[in-house]
Ligand binder design. Structure first.
Ligand code: NKO
Length: 203
C-alpha cells in the first residue's frame, strides 16, 4: 500500500488532537478559548492559572508532532519528502483541527516536535533562539515569531535534501506560525501583549 495514503491522514489526525483544550475541559471544566488570548496552546493554558496543565500541553503537543514524523520515517525509511509532508499535515491538524471548527493553535510546540524528529540540530538551534528571546523579553509570542523566522536558516544549513516538497515544507511551517501570531504582532506593536508570568491578561 502507498505509504502516503496512511501517513498523511494519520499525521493530520494526530496533530488535530487539541490537548490544551481537552486538558482544561477535563480538569478545570473550562473552555480555554474563552480566557486570556483564547489560544489553545501551552502558554495560554499556563496563563489561565493551570501551570501543570500548561507543561502537559507543551509536552503532548510536542509529542504528537514528533510521533507523526517518526511514523512516516518507519513506514517509508529514507523518504524525506513523506516525512516533511507528514510534518506539514501534523501542523495543519494542530492549526486547523476538524474537531474545533478548524480553529486551533499556533503550531509552535508541535513544530518543535516535528523538527526534532526531522532534523534535530536545526530544531535545537531554533529552540536556543526561542530561549534567548524569551529570557530577554518574557514574551512567548515574540520568541515564537523570531524562532520561526530564523528556522529556515538553520534548516537549510543542516538539512541535506533539496526537493521541492522539502523546501516548500520547511518554509511553509514557519510562515504559517508567524501568520497565526498576527494578533500577537498587533499587541506587541501597541505594547499590550502580556509577558509570561505577568497578571495582565491580553484582550
Ligand atoms: O497565548 O497567544 P499566546 O500568548 O503556546 O501564545 C503565543 C505562543 C503560542 O505557542 C504556544 C506554545 C508554546 C511553546 C513554548 C516552548 C516551545 C519552544 C519552541 C521553540 C521552537 C519554535 C519552532 C518554530 C519552528 C518553525 O507563541
Amino acid at each position: 500500500m502507498n505509504p502516503w495514503l496512511i501517513t498523511i491522514p494519520l499525521a493530520y489526525l494526530l496533530g488535530s488532537i487539541p490537548f490544551g483544550y481537552v486538558l482544561v475541559k477535563i480538569f478545570r471544566k473550562q473552555d480555554i478559548r474563552t480566557t486570556g488570548s483564547g489560544n489553545i496552546g501551552a502558554t495560554n493554558v499556563a496563563r489561565s492559572g493551570a501551570k501543570g496543565l500548561g507543561i502537559a500541553t507543551l509536552i503532548l503537543d510536542l509529542a504528537k508532532g514528533y510521533i507523526a514524523v517518526v511514523i512516516a520515517q518507519h513506514l517509508a525509511p529514507g523518504n524525506y519528502d513523506l516525512a516533511v509532508a507528514a510534518a506539514v499535515a501534523a501542523i495543519l491538524g494542530h492549526v486547523f483541527p476538524v474537531w474545533l471548527a478548524f480553529r486551533g493553535g499556533k503550531g509552535v510546540a508541535t513544530a518543535l516536535g516535528v523538527f526534532l524528529a526531522l532534523n534535530w540540530p536545526s530544531a535545537l538551534c531554533t529552540l536556543a533562539v526561542f530561549v534567548v528571546v524569551f529570557l530577554l523579553t518574557r514574551y512567548v509570542s515574540l520568541a515564537s515569531i523570531i524562532a520561526a523566522a530564523t528556522f529556515p536558516l538553520f534548516a537549510f544549513w543542516f538539512v541535506p535534501y533539496r526537493t521541492p516538497i522539502v523546501i516548500a515544507g520547511l518554509l511553509f511551517i514557519p510562515l504559517l506560525i508567524i501568520v497565526k501570531h498576527h494578533q500577537n504582532i498587533r499587541r506587541l506593536l501597541s505594547g499590550t501583549e502580556s509577558r509570561f508570568g505577568s497578571r495582565k491578561v491580553a484582550a
